[in-house]
Design a protein around this ligand. Structure first.
Ligand SMILES: Nc1ncnc2c1ncn2[C@@H]1O[C@H](COP(=O)(O)OP(=O)(O)OP(=O)(O)O)[C@@H](O)[C@H]1O
Ligand SMILES: O=P(O)(O)OC[C@H]1O[C@H](OP(=O)(O)OP(=O)(O)O)[C@H](O)[C@@H]1O
Ligand SMILES: [Mg+2]
Length: 284
């Protein structure tokens, strides 16, 4: 028995999806233009599909699990479970209007023509704000719509904002924040569920490792207690004597979010020779 995963064939999520599987120790040979392949060291079959189709395939059980943006999951409104958010493909779905247009709030969208590939999410947003607008569904190149007279505003994905900028548009409302997620069919068999849990365990170890760094530093023994008190660590820091009398080496794990603040405090407390090393897997 194999678990079948659907990932994007090409596009924004393709490379990161393959990379995540690799980081989980799963080897797949991803031949050019192949639509289906198998992992050599995990019971996993991989289907390469258009991202829009992935929720439907997972709902129908053609694939058991899939990797797709939350924006697509919500737009397609299929009854699938979100098993894990994956931390890549981060973007937002936003409303944008021509740079020179005046904007005083969502109510300015009333009666406008809005071009989008996300009619369901947009309609829900407009309903919540009691706004009636004319939604033009188009499947791509949405940012060009105001420039060619197709629409007054757009609702599309943004990350750096450069596509909006290049098309003379400005972002005025964020409707949704999104990242890639692992979705699963609602009715997996116990065997499939066990394989999914095995995969999730690996994904979580990879994610935790990415959010943490291994830190080594030298501390004079008279500052050791103060330095140790600044370090969270997985249990408590490792302390080893240095060859030089009166000094110790301290090893610990620091979370990315608190990282720079703690490093500054460690330096101020007398830590020296601070080394920061990436962690490949982290199992707690
Ligand atoms: N600029 C961006 N930055 C980060 N993530 C993005 C960005 N644009 C899109 N994404 C995420 O990546 C997903 C895939 O985007 P992409 O542009 O490759 O889709 P697509 O053109 O619809 O591809 P497909 O050919 O599979 O239908 C989006 O649904 C979204 O979740
Ligand atoms: O804010 P930015 O960093 O400019 O990113 C936003 C753009 O990225 C996505 O398209 P993509 O580049 O994936 O091309 P596509 O239209 O072929 O899907 C999205 O549809 C926007 O057009
Ligand atoms: Mg698509």
């Amino acid at each position: 028995m194999k678990l079948r995963i659907a990932i994007q064939k090409s596009g924004r999520l393709h490379d990161d999806s393959i990379k995540l599987l690799k980081e989980c120790g799963i080897d797949i040979n991803n031949g050019v233009n192949k639509l289906k392949t198998e992992a050599s060291n995990f019971p996993l079959e991989v289907f390469f599909l258009r991202d829009d189709d992935i929720p439907q395939y997972v709902e129908d059980g053609v694939a058991d699990i899939g990797i797709v943006g939350e924006n697509v999951i919500i737009e397609k409104a299929r009854p699938v479970k979100i098993a894990e958010k994956l931390g890549f493909g981060k973007c937002r779905l936003s409303l944008a209007i021509p740079k020179a247009a005046e904007y005083n709030g969502v109510k300015d969208m009333d009666k406008l023509r809005i071009a989008t590939s996300y009619p369901v999410i947009l309609q829900n947003f407009l309903n919540q704000h009691n706004i009636t607008a004319d939604i033009h569904e188009i499947s791509g190149s949405v940012e060009i719509a105001p420039g060619i007279g197709l629409a007054d505003a757009i609702c599309d994905l943004v990350s750096s904002g450069s596509t909006l900028f290049m098309n003379g548009l400005k972002e005025v409302e964020v409707i949704l924040k999104s990242e890639a997620a692992l979705i699963s069919n609602d009715n997996l068999t116990p065997e499939q569920e066990a394989l999914l849990q095995k995969l999730l365990f690996r994904i979580q170890s990879v994610k935790k490792a990415k959010n943490n760094k291994y830190v080594l530093l030298n501390a004079p023994n008279d500052k050791l207690q103060e330095i140790i008190s600044l370090l969270p660590g997985m249990k408590s820091p490792t302390v080893l004597p240095l060859a030089e009398e009166g000094w110790s080496s301290v090893h610990s794990v620091l979370n990315e979010n608190a990282f720079w603040d703690i490093i500054e405090n460690l330096k101020a407390a007398g830590a020296q020779g601070i080394l920061v090393v990436p962690i490949e897997k982290m199992i707690i």
